[in-house]
Design a binder for this molecule. Structure first.
Ligand code: SAM
Ligand code: DTB
Ligand code: SF4
Length: 371
């Protein structure tokens, strides 16, 4: 019998997402598909088509397509699975800043570099809740709390994070945390508190990872991602471009992401923010078209996922951002600050979306745990 995967053996038919009934999927994938922010107009029969067996060769062929061809295919996939002109607004908040023992070469929060970032202890729940309320009133449908930890600590601080998650979850927004490595038990506690997503980036290819971070290994990232998935929390996982990696490394990162089964529901693609004092402060400029290409391939490989045009927008032109949206990005960080570095001013972003005719995604389309 012809399988739905046969649809994809020929790259020329890449946008021909077909085929079987959603009910035929294994339970975990059904759950992931239902949680994805897919376009409600997509027939359920078209939702069983994501592939998890992409080869590096196939991904390389897509990545190196002529850009207009790649954009066309990505846009076709995008329109099949997502509202064409909607962008999710996400708000980031650094709830514990600086002093991190890890040596991530890009990160202004590593204690190993003199970056001028002021250390800040864990924020109390009431301040976090107030920030989440502000974010919601400004149109954010996802609230992401970031902490500069190698791994989430046990004890009073973790209890306090759980309390904050509980309170933010009551507001009906998607609630995301990024706290470093997690144990399975911690992932379950976060799930019970109402966490809907956990961000843990693979950052780059397995081969290039050691050039950027020496204090942990790729496999540890994969273990935390598995613990998050196992606990029933949606996965937010992506990477950073512009760290001196090659096209092959970007293809390697995409390969890692697209062979996670289920795919991460949310895929942030960051452009390196060159922070003073970090080993990467003098990296050369990244051609924004590399962001466009990578986002387009991510969109094709992971049709149901939200792809986030994440850090680095402050350095990008409006035209480059438009191309990223055309390539299938449908989520941004909205607010004047990322974790410790600046993001475009909210007024400028509102004007950009208006000028492009894009609308902020409404809360009803936001992804909630357990749906
Ligand atoms: N400590 C936790 C961890 O590493 O998973 C959570 C916080 S960490 C700051 C979250 C992510 O931010 C990193 O995985 C990295 O992908 C991204 N990031 C950090 N510094 C960045 C920079 N200068 N430019 C772009 N992305 C950056
Ligand atoms: C992600 O992929 N990007 C965000 C979020 N997940 C946590 C972080 C970007 C941080 C940029 C540098 C800073 O502001 O410190
Ligand atoms: Fe620490 Fe995360 Fe920054 Fe690495 S990226 S130094 S783990 S805060």
């Amino acid at each position: 019998m012809r399988s739905c995967r046969d649809e994809f053996t020929n790259l020329d038919s890449i946008s021909g997402y077909g085929s079987t009934c959603l009910g035929c999927l294994p339970a975990q994938r059904q759950q992931s598909v239902r949680r994805s922010g897919y376009n409600a107009n997509v027939p359920e029969t078209a939702l069983n088509t994501a592939r998890f067996d992409w080869t590096r060769q196939e991904i390389g062929e897509l990545y190196h397509l002529p850009l207009p061809e790649l954009l066309f295919r990505a846009q076709q996939v995008h329109r099949q699975f997502h509202p064409a002109n909607e962008v999710q607004m996400c708000r980031l908040l650094s709830i514990k800043t600086g002093g991190c023992p890890e040596d991530c070469a890009y990160c202004p929060q590593s204690a190993r570099y003199n970056t001028g970032v002021e250390r800040q202890a864990l924020m109390p729940t009431d301040e976090i809740v107030a920030a989440a309320q502000r974010a919601k009133s400004e149109g954010a449908t996802r609230f992401c709390m970031g902490a500069a930890w190698r791994q989430a600590p046990n004890g009073k601080e973790f209890e306090s994070v759980l309390e904050s998650v509980k309170e933010v979850a009551k507001m009906g927004m998607e609630v995301c945390c990024t706290l470093g490595m997690l144990t399975e038990a911690q992932a379950h506690q976060l799930k019970d508190a109402g966490l809907t997503a956990y961000n843990h980036n693979l950052d780059t290819s397995p081969e290039f990872y050691g050039n950027i971070i020496s204090t942990r290994v790729y496999e540890e990232r994969l273990q935390t991602i598995a613990a998050v998935r196992q606990a029933g929390i949606t996965v937010c996982c992506g990477g950073i471009l512009g760290m001196g990696e090659s096209d092959a490394d970007r293809i390697g990162l995409l390969h890692q992401l697209a062979t996670l089964e289920p795919h991460p529901e949310s895929v942030p693609i960051n452009m390196l923010v060159r922070a003073e004092g970090t080993p990467l402060e003098r990296q050369s400029d990244l051609d924004p078209l590399v962001m466009v290409r990578t986002i387009a391939v991510a969109r094709i490989l992971m049709p149901l996922s939200r792809v986030r045009l994440a850090a680095g927008r402050k350095q990008m032109s409006r035209e480059a951002m438009l191309l990223c949206f055309l390539a299938g990005a449908n989520s941004i960080f909205y607010g004047e600050k990322l974790l410790t570095t600046p993001n475009p001013a909210p007024d400028d972003d509102a004007e950009l979306l208006r000028d492009l005719g894009l609308s902020p995604m409404k809360m009803k389309q936001a992804v909630h745990a357990g749906e």
